[in-house]
Design a protein around this ligand. Structure first.
Ligand code: COA
Length: 161
């Protein structure tokens, strides 16, 4: 199934677009598939109606395949979540979403962006480090997955020029 989806999506270019409350169901579904602790559609909707929250989505061959969401406070912002559909990973979608999002945040006057990431999440760490984020803090035993040793959260920061 994954191989078939990869072939279908293989050559298409993604459309990267603003996301809003009408995308709450798709974001909740993708978030739930990507993380142990999912967000309900209501939780996502409540975030997306906040004026301080910005979100972008990736559409590939008409399918909702990725999103990124942040919340702004004064001239700082926190990336709340980013996820790409399993079948579409490893082809630069998250990198494109993150670059677009950081550019838009900079355009609204944000000077510094923060996020928390599981220290064992290698794809996410590569994504963020490649985009210029650096480690500024560490919260030990922050992520507790069933049956696994608790992992630390790394706090990363990227200054926007
Ligand atoms: C993290 C995630 C968003 C990356 O999405 P993606 O579209 O596959 O990422 P990209 O293709 O843009 O690749 C970004 C970087 O991750 C690397 N990467 C992708 N998949 C990887 C894997 N399985 N193992 C190691 N590195 C990987 C890529 O090589 C790239 O690094 P590079 O530029 O140094 O080569 C995706 O894996 C995902 O949705 N994970 C589940 C949700 C999650 O963990 N979100 C982050 C929470 S903080």
């Amino acid at each position: 199934m994954i191989a078939l989806l990869r072939r279908l999506f293989g050559r298409a270019r993604p459309a990267l677009l603003d996301a809003g409350p009408r995308d709450a169901a798709a974001i909740a579904a993708l978030h739930g598939a990507a993380f142990h602790r999912g967000w309900s559609e209501e939780e996502v909707d409540a975030l997306l109606v906040e004026r301080a929250v910005m979100a972008h989505r990736a559409i590939l061959s008409g399918k909702f395949v990725g999103f990124i969401m942040s919340r702004r406070a004064a001239d700082e912002a926190e990336i709340l979540s980013v996820a790409v559909a399993h079948a579409c990973r490893g082809r630069g979608l998250a990198r494109e979403l993150l670059q677009l999002h950081l550019g838009r945040l900079a355009g609204t006057g944000v000077r510094a962006v923060f996020l928390e990431v599981d220290e064992t999440n290698r794809p996410a760490l590569r994504l963020y480090r490649r985009a210029g984020f650096r480690e500024v803090g560490r919260r030990p035993n922050y992520y507790a997955a069933p049956g696994a040793k608790p992992a630390a959260a790394l706090v990363l920061r990227r200054d926007l020029g």
